[in-house]
Design a binder for this molecule. Structure first.
Ligand code: NAP
Length: 646
């Protein structure tokens, strides 16, 4: 194989419970699937088997972005020929031999697929993260130093990232335990059960790269489907035996002499301590929900709940409901409850940009293709990644020569206009709503809200949008600062999460007694590469400071990247016969200086952009300023010069 993608095995992805296999015996189902499946993806599957470059050349004028009208102009005979050739290739016996794809062909396929040049820097990331590459589990890799049995790792949290860390530590032969505060796995997706809960990352990207899921019901997954997916993965990898459920980590304290962390937990057996050689904190960014502290909250006699702590079984039928907040959670919850409530009053504190979005069901034929046509899932995931992730990075970049301050570049302005058009169309009879909801800061300055039914909902007779500030609650009403009173029976707080205090309510005492919570304060965290901090040996973070993907989809990719990096760190340390490692202050400072430099060119720094990305001093603390490909590339291996080993 060539140098760029040395590990690509060109094997069908063992993604579904049964790996797809050739020849396909169910001809009727195959014909039906070829009729509805994504055309660009089908072209790639055929090219994958035939390596027919002429095929790519013939299709190049018609493929590209899903929003590009050229696909509609595909000559019917070209489409018919594609389906016929694929039918033959996928049903012939014996099946076609699979030959490894050269880098040049891979690059060409990707570029034709998306209608733009996919440069070399992307290829290794894409090969790994689209699920093409099947690597040997670390413990089977020849020459690797196996971790000693007395080196044990504690993972905090059994959500998307904690489960992933468990799977990868198992594959690497590490002794580990996962400590989870809930009584089930899933984290965010276990807890967030409010009506309408969904994901705004496309389904076919939002999964582990090594566990693609052919069964998503919609192109944007519903919350419970993600939870079902995580439960399946947890059971498939037999992770439960490693998880201490119902147990909360309250304190971590490093013992310099022993080179171990003392982990204090509160669980079914009360307060306990245990020792760990390393910690991987996977406690989640969006996990500690934020309840507003309105005066009079305790006097209110109706039900009050946060979207992330939904009261199971609550009956909203015929009730006067207040929905506080207008972010993603509110925009999903409101439309899901509006038909049953007597009246819904939405309380908006600041304006959010809303991007028109559709919740489209995945046709059965496409699900069949994802399950049964080899390489279809990987090529489909590639398209999804490209158009919803790094392909959107430029929308958030500041063009210094751009003259306006309502947008930051021509691309950003185009998205702004698109959002305005959507709003004006949906509010054509309600100009008052345009006035109330149209933001004056650039699009993406705050996390954008996906508008499936949110704006339509605002125009209903039983919905009021309140923009006056909330002053206090009484036993049955919300009193506004302008003196008006809104009687309500139920209050739903879609008020977001405590993000800035990244140590949460855990006490973390590092080497020499330093205290991470005190160093970071309430909202000023800084780390090296989002994963480690000087003074805290073998304490690893996921989605730590400056590493949250903000320009588009990608948290799944970031957490895989970070877990891989953390294991690379521990492997390097153990191979060097060290027991502990921590980044140098210089490496941490240099990383943060670079973050600051790049961040100046990103929309989240814009003076008008106020969001949870910024701390009270206006510094962007959570968002990564990099493309996913930049971050993935910079974290392939730890730089030994950036660490102190002991
Ligand atoms: P959010 O984006 O932080 O929005 C919270 C909303 O509550 C904002 O409108 C905020 O106003 C308002 N608010 C907060 N405190 C308030 C107070 N004291 N009084 C009045 N209003 C108050 O929270 P979220 O909607 O839960 O979303 C959080 C994150 O989760 C986002 O990144 C979102 O994309 C993500 N999310 C993702 C999905 C998904 O699809 N994956 C689903 C839900 C959420 P201000 O804007 O003025 O602060």
């Amino acid at each position: 194989m060539s140098s760029l993608n040395p590990k690509i095995a060109a094997q069908p992805q063992a993604s579904a419970s049964q790996p797809a296999q050739l020849p396909i015996a169910d001809h009727q189902a195959l014909r039906a699937a070829l009729g509805v499946a994504d055309t660009a993806t089908l072209v790639m599957v055929l090219a994958h088997y035939t390596q027919d470059e002429a095929l790519l050349d013939r299709w190049a004028p018609y493929l590209g972005s899903p929003w590009n009208p050229t696909l509609q102009q595909t000559p019917p005979e070209l489409l018919a020929e594609l389906r016929e050739r694929l039918f033959t290739v996928l049903t012939q016996s014996p099946p076609p031999a699979e030959r490894p794809l050269s880098d040049a062909l891979m690059r060409k396929m990707m570029s034709v697929n998306v209608g733009e040049i996919v440069t070399d820097e992307f290829i290794p990331l894409l090969v790994e993260q689209m699920g093409f590459e099947k690597t040997l589990p670390r413990k089977q890799q020849p020459g690797r130093v196996a971790p000693p049995a007395d080196f044990n790792v504690v993972i905090i949290g059994a959500g998307l990232t904690g489960l992933l860390a468990g799977i990868k530590l198992e594959e690497a032969g590490y002794n580990y335990q996962i400590i989870e505060k809930n009584t089930e796995v899933g984290g965010t997706w276990l807890e967030n059960i409010y009506p309408g809960v969904a994901v705004d990352t496309p389904s076919h990207f939002y999964s582990y790269s090594f566990e693609l899921n052919p069964d998503w019901s919609h192109y944007i997954p519903l919350g419970h489907e993600v939870q079902q997916y995580l439960l399946r993965v947890c059971d498939k990898y037999r992770l439960r035996r490693h998880i201490a459920f119902g147990t909360k980590v309250t304190k971590l304290e490093y013992n310099d002499t022993k080179q171990k962390w003392t982990v204090t937990t509160e669980g079914p057996q009360g307060v306990r301590t245990t020792e760990a050689s390393a910690i991987i904190n996977c406690h989640g960014v969006l996990n500690r929900w934020k309840m507003p502290n309105f005066p009079g909250l305790k006097e209110f006699k109706g039900s009050v709940m946060h979207t992330a702590a939904w009261h199971r079984g609550i009956d909203l039928k015929g009730k006067r409901v207040a929905l506080i907040g207008t972010g993603a959670s509110a925009a999903q919850c409101g439309p899901a409850i509006v038909e049953q409530v007597a009246h819904l009053t939405v309380f908006q504190r600041s304006k959010h940009w809303c991007l028109p979005y559709q919740r489209v069901a995945v046709p059965d034929g496409v699900k069949w293709a994802l399950r049964n046509i080899p390489h279809y899932p990987e090529w489909f995931r590639f398209r999804t990644y490209w158009f919803t992730s790094d392909g959107l990075y430029a929308d958030s970049q500041v063009d210094p020569s751009w003259p306006q301050d309502v947008s930051v570049s021509a691309r950003n302005e185009a998205v702004r206009q698109y959002c305005i058009d959507n709003m004006q169309r949906k509010f054509k009879d309600r100009p008052d709503l345009v006035d109330k909801m149209l933001p004056d800061y650039p699009v993406f300055g705050k996390r954008i809200v996906m508008d499936v039914e949110w704006l339509n909902m605002m125009t209903r007779d039983n919905v009021t949008l309140e923009t006056a500030a909330i002053e206090r609650l009484t036993d049955n009403a919300i009193v506004l600062r302008d003196g008006r009173s809104v009687p309500v029976d139920v209050i739903i707080c879609a008020t977001g999460f405590e993000i800035a205090k990244m140590t949460a309510d855990m006490t973390i005492i590092g080497s020499g007694g330093r205290n991470l919570g005190a160093e970071w304060g309430d909202d000023d965290p800084r780390a090296y590469i989002g994963c480690a901090a000087p003074g805290y040996p073998n304490y690893f973070m996921t989605v730590g400071p400056s590493s949250g993907p903000a320009h588009a989809a990608g948290v799944n990719l970031i957490v895989e990247t970070q877990v891989n990096y953390i294991i690379e760190c521990m492997d390097l340390m153990l191979a060097n016969h060290a027991k502990a490692m921590q980044p140098t202050q210089q490496a941490c400072d240099e990383f943060n200086a670079d973050v600051e430099r790049v961040m100046k060119g990103m929309v989240w720094s814009h003076p008008k952009a106020q969001s949870y990305h910024k701390n009270s001093k206006g510094r962007v603390i959570l968002a990564s300023p990099y493309r996913l490909v930049d971050y993935w590339t910079m974290t392939r291996k730890p730089n030994p010069k950036h660490y102190v080993f002991k």
